[in-house]
Design a protein around this ligand. Structure first.
Ligand SMILES: [Zn+2]
Length: 167
């Protein structure tokens, strides 16, 4: 079961950003609206990233495999069981790729400039966030480390299997 104290950790921050958005819209302060929207998109990208891990974990881990979210201020991550290397790598990769998969829902905004001229900017901002999350997979820590470790473990297991099948 995946339990979460995401809401508790993020509620105050979300309240500040939402209030800024409302104040910006009411007072017509476009810069405040832009900053608040950026903050909301940033938080949404983190949420989508973690949801990617959770969905992949639920699909690949045993049904009773435990997992929990750890939230420290703006940072959060999923603490979970280790799986077989290929599944472990897939769960680690699902997080960084999830915001890129969500980008499909933002693409229509590129053509919504007649509704509001700033809407395409929301799409560009999301694409930039999705790219930054995808780059997490290449970093030498966090998901990047898990992906590389799983990859080399899976290769080692495969070569061991091949060696034992030829002897
Ligand atoms: Zn992650």
């Amino acid at each position: 079961m995946v339990s979460s104290h995401w809401a508790k950790g993020q509620a105050r921050w979300a309240a500040v950003v939402s209030m800024s958005l409302v104040i910006g819209v009411v007072t017509g302060l476009h810069s405040l609206v832009a900053v608040a929207t950026g903050g909301l998109l940033f938080a949404l990208a983190v949420l989508v990233h973690e949801a990617g891990h959770v969905v992949a974990y639920r699909a690949l881990a045993p049904l009773d495999a435990p997992a929990i979210f750890v939230v420290r201020g703006m940072r959060c991550h999923l603490v979970r069981m280790r799986l077989v290397p290929v599944s472990d790598g897939a769960v680690a990769l699902a997080g960084p790729l999830a915001p890129a998969a969500m980008a499909i829902f933002f693409v229509p905004l590129l053509f919504a400039d007649r509704v509001a001229p700033w809407l395409p900017l929301v799409c560009f901002a999301w694409l930039a966030l999705a790219l930054s999350h995808a780059l997490c997979a290449a970093l030498p820590f966090g998901d990047g480390t898990t992906i590389r470790e799983s990859w080399s473990l899976a290769r080692a297991e495969r070569s061991t299997r091949q060696r034992s099948s030829t002897t």
